[in-house]
Design a protein around this ligand. Structure first.
Ligand code: 5RP
Length: 236
C-alpha cells in the first residue's frame, strides 16, 4: 500500500472520531489535509462542527467545504485536534513542524482535550531525531546568536531555506537542528532548555502531548496507539 494510501487510512479513522457539535483543531501538512477533506465530506453529509485551522492552506481547504472556522482566541478549548507528525516514538512523543506551522500547532494542541495524531508507518522511530531534524522557530533578529546558543546545548542547526530563507507565518525563521551528541530529545528538561534560550519562540518537540496515534500501515490496516500517561498540557 502506498504512503498516500496509508496516510488516508489514518486520516479517515481520525475523521470518524468527530461528532456533532465539536470544536475541532485542524492540523497542517499532507496527512492533516486528507483528514480535513474527509471531514469536509462529512460536513456536506450533515454533521455540524466548527474548525480551528493551524495554517492558511488548511483554512482554505476547510472553507471550500463550507466548514465554519474560529480563531483560537474565540473558544477557550477544543474538543479534539487532528494533525500529522514527522516522527512518533514508542512513548508517543512527537517531532512536528516540517511544514513550519509548529508554533500554531502547539498552541492548538495544548488547547485541545484530545490530540489525535495521524501518520503512515514510516514515521515511527525508536528515538526522536532519527529521521527528521528538530525545527526550532527563532526570531529573525540576532538569529546567528540564537543558533550559537543552541549549538552550545549539543545541537547542530541549519537555517531553513539557506539563501532563500524560509519565514514562518509568525514572521520568524526556522533552524533545523540535529543532536550532535548523546542528547535525548525526548527528555523534558532538554526540550525546556531549548525553549528557554533567548531568541527561541518554540520548537517541534511535542512531548507527552499526543493522546492517540493512528498509524496507517503498508498492510492496509490501522493501528491505534493510546497514550499510557497523563497529558503534559491541557486547558480546561
Ligand atoms: C507541519 C507538521 C506536519 O504535521 C508534519 O510535518 C507531517 O506532515 P505530512 O503529513 O505532510 O508528512 O508538523 O508543521
Amino acid at each position: 500500500m502506498s504512503l498516500d494510501a496509508q496516510k488516508r487510512l489514518a486520516a479517515e479513522y481520525a475523521a470518524g472520531l468527530i461528532t456533532d457539535g465539536m470544536t475541532v483543531g485542524l492540523g497542517s501538512g499532507t496527512t492533516a489535509e486528507m483528514a480535513v477533506e474527509t471531514l469536509g465530506l462529512r460536513f456536506r453529509d450533515g454533521i455540524r462542527f466548527v474548525g480551528v485551522p493551524t495554517s492558511g492552506r488548511t483554512a482554505e481547504i476547510a472553507q471550500s467545504f463550507g466548514i465554519p472556522l474560529r480563531r483560537l482566541d474565540e473558544r477557550s478549548f477544543l474538543d479534539i485536534y487532528v494533525d500529522g507528525a514527522d516522527e512518533v516514538d514508542p512513548q508517543l512523543n512527537l517531532v512536528k513542524g516540517r511544514g513550519g506551522a509548529l508554533m500554531r500547532e502547539k498552541l492548538v494542541a495544548s488547547a485541545a482535550r484530545r490530540f489525535v495524531v495521524i501518520v503512515d508507518e514510516t514515521k515511527r522511530v525508536e528515538r526522536l531525531g532519527e529521521l527528521a531534524p528538530i525545527p526550532v522557530e527563532v526570531v529573525t533578529f540576532g538569529w546567528p546568536t540564537t543558533r550559537h546558543r543552541l549549538e552550545l546545548l549539543g545541537l547542530t542547526c541549519e537555517l531553513r531555506g539557506g539563501s532563500e530563507t524560509y519565514t514562518t507565518s509568525n514572521g520568524n525563521y526556522i533552524l533545523d537542528c540535529h543532536a550532535s551528541g548523546p542528547i535525548d530529545l525526548a527528555d523534558e528538561i532538554v526540550a525546556q532548555t531549548i525553549k528557554l534560550q533567548t531568541g527561541v519562540v518554540d520548537h517541534g518537540l511535542f512531548l507527552r502531548m499526543a493522546d492517540l496515534v493512528v498509524v496507517g500501515t503498508s498492510a492496509g490496516t490501522v493501528e491505534v496507539l493510546e497514550a499510557q500517561r497523563e497529558r503534559s498540557t491541557t486547558l480546561s
